[in-house]
Design a protein around this ligand. Sequence first.
Ligand SMILES: [Zn+2]
Length: 187
Amino acid sequence: MAPRPPLTGVDLALGLINTVDQLDTPPDFLVDHARLQRFFVWAGYPAAAERCRPDDLPWVVALRDRLAAAIDADEARAATILNEVVGASRAAPALERATHGWTIWYGPPHDEGAAFLAAATAVPLMQLLATGDWGRLGRCAASPCCCVYIDRSRNRSRRYCCQLCANRVSQAAARRRRRSEAAPDAG
Ligand SMILES: [Zn+2]
């Protein structure tokens, strides 16, 4: 099986933020070093999984919580948080060969360990702000889930983080309909 391409850009940021998932037990996936390594492998960065150290865990969790706070904030506050995150990182733009042409990678390199995660997640969120697309970020409306999604639809109609959540809501609505149809008419 060919390894899938690594998550990049906003998808990597959302992958990190959504390591808190209210439908999981426990809701926070990042509870120990082994889980942190599994996150890096899942995201497509096996070298980072190998190189990351146990004391990276609190740093990654703090980064995740900062990004989540930015998403829940207004634009001015979000900009401040993202500037702080990138300012504290060793971010330096560098061109890298991609499948088609070139891409700009904001360092440090991901094969050095966990540190790449700050700029790799915060810069794409900065770009969303800069292009006026910040409003495309939302939190799933299928309570108790509150995972973050990006709405790439033309008419910005997305409300759920995934198809499972959309199905959960439509099944609950169908159950409510059936119950109200079965109840004796109160009118
Ligand atoms: Zn959801």
